[in-house]
Write a protein that binds this ligand. Sequence first.
Ligand code: ADE
Length: 250
Amino acid sequence: MVNFHILTLFPEMVLQGLHTSILGRAAGRGDISIEAVNIRDYTTNKHGRVDDYTYGGGAGMLMQAQPVYDAYKSVADRIGEKEGKKRKPRVIYLTPQGKTFCQEMAQELAKEEELIFLCGHYEGIDERVLEEIVTDEVSIGDYVLTGGELPAMVMVDAIARLVPGVLHNDESAQTESFGNGLLEYPQYSRPEVWHDKQVPQVLLSGDHAKVDAWRLEQSLLRTKERRPDLYENYRKEHPQTKQKGTHSKT
Ligand code: ADE
């Protein structure tokens, strides 16, 4: 069970996206919970403002420390009451300046009970509140988005599907791409022939050992061709594995 708390100016965006499909059903069953806290609800500004000009000039507005801190406190205090714990929950700030998100990070975060995500907007957030509350700064890649909501949704999705009970077939989180450090093998469904393309014979053989060997070989070929960086890592960790040649479509 992981409780996700998302601090944002756009709660509907986050909730609508994350309460759909697999994660929506998992939340319905209570395997995860996802709440969005509207930072604007915590501003003390009488016009409901949460942003202001940056000291030193420059383009754009900055989210102010006060509403961000008070929104965070409301969640942290609730968690503290529930758990009676001294330990502060992890607070993840989504920013292109953070460490790049990856499957290993998702696995580590899926072990936490409470995760708070802080979504920035405008040109960012006053550094002083970040210093006080943020434990992890995370980027989802080297490009710039308009806010932290989509990155938070990406992270919640990747983490939530690793929480026990969320995916019904426990195996599927283990055999897929990155689960074993390799890209996934190609897969086929009915019919056996489509647009003159035949499903590889080995998959119709019923010989599970052969199927597994074929899938591993395909994973290695794919990874070598498409992600030589991952392939090199895998080879270092599995030195006994045979070198793979060029990918063949047959
Ligand atoms: N906010 C804006 N761009 C981002 C990115 N690439 N990753 C995380 N947060 C962001």
